[in-house]
Design a protein around this ligand. Structure first.
Ligand SMILES: O=P(O)(O)OC[C@H]1O[C@H](OP(=O)(O)OP(=O)(O)O)[C@H](O)[C@@H]1O
Ligand SMILES: NC(=O)CC[C@H](N)C(=O)O
Ligand code: SF4
Ligand SMILES: [Mg+2]
Length: 538
């Protein structure tokens, strides 16, 4: 069996090979297959929370590959997991050179929790020996004082997951840890490989046995199969085979490696703590929390290798990367306090709101937001329009995924539980309500109804992104294009469907203008259907 097995590890070999020699790795040609074809490709896998969710915490160490599983069952209603939203993606962290690496990793994962709530995990390495804890649920569900103390070492990687390929089961929770002929390797991945099914089929044809249904596992198999030395060359060989989106961190027995695909779809930044420890994280908000100073982005197509022999070394996957970073990070996913792709997310969202107020003005008395993701754009709209911003919708931060449904169905129950209208702000008012996006249109129609029921005289919906007409294959779990309301209806039809008095989206042209010379460095495929890397059915 050539397969590496995530979750179980047995590694004692000290991998001390390192090689400064760097060759040209320009084999992967850029392929800009721009296509307007409607998306017919089935999503790799659907989000699979069922009515019963298992919380399980698995600890595995290299000494004892047997899993120690603790589990609890509890029922939950799936109002917020009904697969009709652009889901968060994953968050990754890597820390090298800090005696508290796993604790810092845990804290960083807390600040990346918005990027994934299905599962969390950490791999820590001490004296060449990796240990891992992974579990289903939130970071706070998975980790506690006692299990964190089982993760000693000055190097750690961590992951919070929202699946794009493979269900939410424990086996799919990252980081994956595997042992193979050259030692052990752990990986945490944000993104999605568009050629995953083909790679997996090829590996299985060669006899590989897969332990998970996640696309990420192919990386470990490819590393194990590679005959290249040292580890850097294996990673380079593997990356040449991968297509799609990947911001990944690897922990070998003595190296921390960070890599970003040549298009740089997903973010990845590097920071440094006062004691010299190197930190990689999906967003700068994670660096801020653990007091690591933001140094720079890991560049699209860059591999950074950190070890005690050479410090930080940088290598390139391709000679001339042509970035296509995900604009949706600025629209929805990232935290407003983060700097993503070199831009402040807060400033982007504020500008989106200002543009909306300029291109789609309307007489109104108050501007409100759909919290939390619409807040900053609403502030921008209000400022530009010279109209007060008020909290017309209050978001409950205490609604978890578990609640008991009333036996007699209450209309719009899920959204009411999460968002409550403030009559004092809305009654008799002409209201502009700003949200970040419309996917299937279910949230917007419920919100319009909620606002009108609370006395709003007029409701004008303003959306701080262009209409979403195509699905994402690069790490965001959007529905198939047939289910996207903007793919089926024009703006006026959507307005009628959601019941608002007016509706306007952020025009793509204005978004491009705002980004200026950086505009070509972004992916807009979900608004244009033009995919930088062609999605594949197999
Ligand atoms: O048109 P729809 O299919 O309803 O999806 C669009 C909504 O989905 C997202 O919010 P969501 O409620 O998922 O989460 P959030 O609280 O993180 O904004 C997004 O912010 C929109 O409000
Ligand atoms: N959202 C992501 O980045 C997911 C990473 C990986 N494709 C998974 O399904 O687990
Ligand atoms: S398709 Fe949309 S969500 Fe996906 S990477 Fe491109 S911009 Fe981001
Ligand atoms: Mg929302």
């Amino acid at each position: 069996m050539s397969a590496a097995a995530p979750g179980a590890t047995a590694a004692t070999t000290h991998q001390s090979h390192h090689d400064n020699h760097f060759r040209s790795f320009a084999e992967t040609p850029y392929q800009n297959h721009f296509s307007l074809a409607p998306k017919t490709l089935p999503k790799p896998y659907k989000h699979l929370f069922s009515n019963t969710r298992k919380i399980a915490v698995t600890a595995a160490s290299s000494k004892n590959p047997l899993k120690d599983v603790v589990s609890n069952d509890y029922s939950f209603a799936s109002y917020f997991d009904d697969d009709d939203k652009p889901r968060e993606e994953c968050g990754v962290v890597g820390i090298y050179g800090d005696p508290e690496a796993s604790r810092l990793c845990y804290l960083a994962l807390h600040s990346l929790q918005h990027r994934g709530q299905e599962g969390a995990g950490i791999v820590a390495v001490q004296d060449n020996e990796p240990k891992t804890i992974t579990g289903v649920g939130l970071v706070a569900d998975v980790f506690n004082e006692s299990n964190l103390s089982q993760l000693p070492g000055d190097m750690a990687i961590g992951h919070v997951r929202y699946s794009t390929a493979g269900s939410s089961m424990l086996e799919n929770v990252q980081p994956f840890l595997a042992s193979y002929k050259f030692g052990s390797v752990g990986v945490a991945h944000n993104g999605n490989f568009v050629n995953y099914l083909a790679l997996r089929a090829e590996l299985e044809e060669d006899g590989a046995i897969f332990k998970t249904s996640s696309d990420t596992e192919v990386v470990l198999h490819l590393i194990a199969k590679s005959k290249k030395m040292p580890f850097l060359l294996r990673i380079l060989e593997v990356c040449e085979k991968l297509q799609g989106a990947y911001s990944m961190v690897f922990a070998t027995q003595d190296k921390l490696v960070a890599v970003r695909d040549p298009y740089g779809f997903r973010p990845l930044v590097m920071g440094k703590r006062k004691n010299g420890a190197i930190v990689f994280a999906s967003e700068t908000c994670a660096l801020d929390l653990i007091e690591a100073k933001y140094e720079r982005e890991v560049l699209p197509g860059e591999i950074l290798v950190v070890d005690k022999y050479q410090g930080v070394q940088s290598f390139s996957l391709v000679p001339k990367p042509e970035p296509k970073s995900c604009i949706f990070e600025h629209i929805y996913f990232a935290q407003p306090n983060s700097v993503v792709f070199g831009r402040s997310v807060y400033e982007s969202r504020c500008a989106f709101g200002e543009i909306l107020a300029t291109v789609a003005p309307v007489d109104c008395d108050v501007v409100i937001a759909v919290p939390d993701s619409g807040v900053v754009s609403a502030l921008g709209y209000a400022k530009k329009a010279g109209v007060p911003f008020q909290q017309g919708l209050i978001r409950s931060h205490y609604v978890g995924r578990t609640f008991i449904e009333p036996s007699q169905k209450i209309r719009d129950f899920g959204v009411k539980l999460k968002l409550s209208p403030v009559r004092a702000v809305l009654e008799g008012k002409r209201v502009v309500v700003v949200d970040d996006s419309i996917v299937r249109g279910t949230t917007s129609s419920k919100i319009v109804r909620l606002l009108k029921e609370a006395g709003a005289k007029e409701v004008h919906m303003r959306i701080a992104s262009p209409p979403i007409i195509a699905s994402c294959y690069y790490g965001v779990d959007t529905p198939n294009s047939e289910e996207l309301i903007s793919n089926r209806m024009n703006v006026e039809e959507i307005r009628k469907f959601i019941g608002s008095d007016s509706l306007a989206f952020l025009p793509l042209d204005n978004l491009n203008k705002l980004l200026g010379s950086d505009s070509t460095k972004y992916c807009y495929a979900c608004f244009s259907g033009k995919y930088p890397v062609q999605p594949k059915g197999n």
